[in-house]
Design a binder for this molecule. Sequence first.
Ligand SMILES: Nc1ncnc2c1ncn2[C@@H]1O[C@H](COP(=O)(O)OP(=O)(O)O)[C@@H](O)[C@H]1O
Ligand SMILES: [Mg+2]
Length: 489
Amino acid sequence: MQSTASGEEDDRSTCTTDKTLFPFSIAHDFAISSAPHLQKRWQQNKKITLHSRKSILCANRDPGLFLTWKELLVTVPDEKSGRQPILERLTGYAEPGKMLAIMGPSGCGNSTLMDSLAGRLSSNTQQTGEILINGRKETLAFGTSAYVTQDDILMTTLTVREAVYYSAQLQLPDSMSRSEKKERAEMTIREMGLQDSMDTRIGGWSIKGLSGGQKRRVSICIEILTPPKLLFLDEPTSGLDSAASFHVMSRIVKLARQDGRTVIASIHQPSSEVFELFSNLCLLSTGITVYFGPVSMAEELFASNGFPCPTLRNPSDHYLRIINKDFVAVRLRKSLINILVKSYKSSGTFQKVQQLVSKIYQQKGGTLEKKGSQANFITQCLVLTRRSFVNMYRDLGYYWLRLAIYIALCLCVGTIFYDIGFTFGSIQARGSMLTFVAAFLTFMAIGGFPSFVEDIKIFGRERLNGHYGVGAYVIGNTLSSIPYLLIIS
Ligand SMILES: Nc1ncnc2c1ncn2[C@@H]1O[C@H](COP(=O)(O)OP(=O)(O)O)[C@@H](O)[C@H]1O
Ligand SMILES: [Mg+2]
């Protein structure tokens, strides 16, 4: 398989083959021995690597983050059988400097695996098995990992530039100047190919703005600003054309390889060029591992079981076509998956993966920093107040619509009860007017609820990714709403 992007290849080979960067040398040996094309390239680049290795080591002594999971079982409640498994005893690992691609037919548990690894499973699920970071049981501290979810949850009233810049102000440390943060934000936007839409509003259900693929790229931009040690990407290329997918993925792979970041991405339709960027592949079918190991060895598994990839066919399409059995009879589906699973379990790749996972378990790596450096509490409150104020100003549904209705109501009530006088009869009229106004105000308060729900979704995403805490959000939202409440009152 030949990649067309020679520039990307150079980065890749230089960084992936840097043995001394990682504490677990077996990972390196495995990758090299199992991928003949890497072996050749490694020899070619050995000299260049030796030189660059020194500079990389000087610049970055962080050994990175090894994530391993063993016998991971996730179940959800089921009316018939009590509990239904979604993931069945999965074992695997993700290593620094490499991208692990999780692939499988939709609904087979790709997102559930990522949620489970990121500790984000919903409350009705149960999980057993071990997930270790650098061989230790640790919870992912805020700021260590970032998760780009399958749905794009963005502030629809902001432009691309504003959304990324506000996020940069929240995430980047105070030691960086404003202009540096702005520069970082704009550079990331350009790297994601969004330079022409920098001043376009993101848009949502009320106003049309960016396309789906552009929103996807904005979501990725926001999460790679820092960048995190562990990056989860749930379907990063959905909605993107094949060229955009390649550029976005190669940027992420480059980031992983240069700085030793660990990247896990679920992906459905990688083009052959994108597929070549992956280091390791996890193929799932109905929650069962069909294959886990280096991308280059997957071909062998399928070929040895009578499913060789035809020439000129994208290997990922071929694998997915073989393991997607949603459209055939249950009996056939189970027998075929069983053949592949059995074959994989008896293969050398499976043994090597097991050995590697055990090795990582034994060799404890470095502990995680509890919290990455980011903006302090006061800065976060100020940025959130400003962002929320802008959002409330631009979102007609938040306060302006209510204000217009209240003005109309004032005019109606004013004309009906105009000059009611001071007789005993007017007391009753005043009473009914006050009751009407109070009831109307209470009901109308619900008018801003849809916009508030959208706000809460954004808060949920950003809080889980560690951009800021509950306190900063409450203060920001309260302060920004005061001017509007004063106008209304
Ligand atoms: N919290 C949950 N409760 C019930 N069923 C769930 C839950 N999470 C996932 N599932 C089911 O598990 C299967 C896999 O879901 P998911 O991992 O989101 O699929 P995908 O591979 O498309 O990302 C789906 O059939 C989904 O309905
Ligand atoms: Mg999914």
